[in-house]
Design a protein around this ligand. Sequence first.
Ligand SMILES: [Mg+2]
Length: 235
Amino acid sequence: MKSPFPEDTGSSPASSRKLDGSRFEHRTWLFDLDNTLHNASAHIFPQIHVSMMAYICRHLNVDEAEATRLRQTYWKRYGATLLGMMRHHGTDPRHFLQQTHAFDDLASMVVSERGLKQMLRRLPGRKVIFSNAPQQYTEAVLALTGIRRDFAAVYPVERFRFQPKPATAGFLHLLHKERLDPHRCIMVEDSLPNLKTAKRLGMKTVWVSTSSRQPSYVDVKLASVVDLPKRLGRL
Ligand SMILES: [Mg+2]
């Protein structure tokens, strides 16, 4: 069988590399979306930040300093502003997400790497999106990057009952819905707390980051997700 990854420069011998394709046929990739499959920091996150600040100021009747303090507190405690707003202020998650993910021209804001589509097409195994972002936005980004059909299922935050990563509840909900064994899953993410939960549940972990450090619960670290096929030997 011909290796699907002729550019593989990993350390495994050629004979074991040939098995990579079949070895991954029965495994599932859980891909984060923002800052994993595309660069959200360039244009999208700055606008979401502005929208969230405005939302908090308007709906909680607080000034910017207090809104900043609340966001930082909720981010630290829950990994997401959304959960803090729901738990402490009774915010309607659908309204909050709709108001904070409204973009006039999303097409001009999505920045993705050349080769992303080709990489996903050639990567063996089932692929699922697991994102804390809302459905409409998630589907729009997948459509704009031309990779929607590469995913067997898409889980935006609505589909795991507004229990965003890194909380275990959202992971367990997805695993149950998709009938997945976490030991056969590989989580690809830019956020370390999310990978920590994944590892605790038994998954392999891929950290998309340019950081020089690599925590023990990260199996593979990549500067870009398009480099994934080169590192299958470690997963
Ligand atoms: Mg992310």
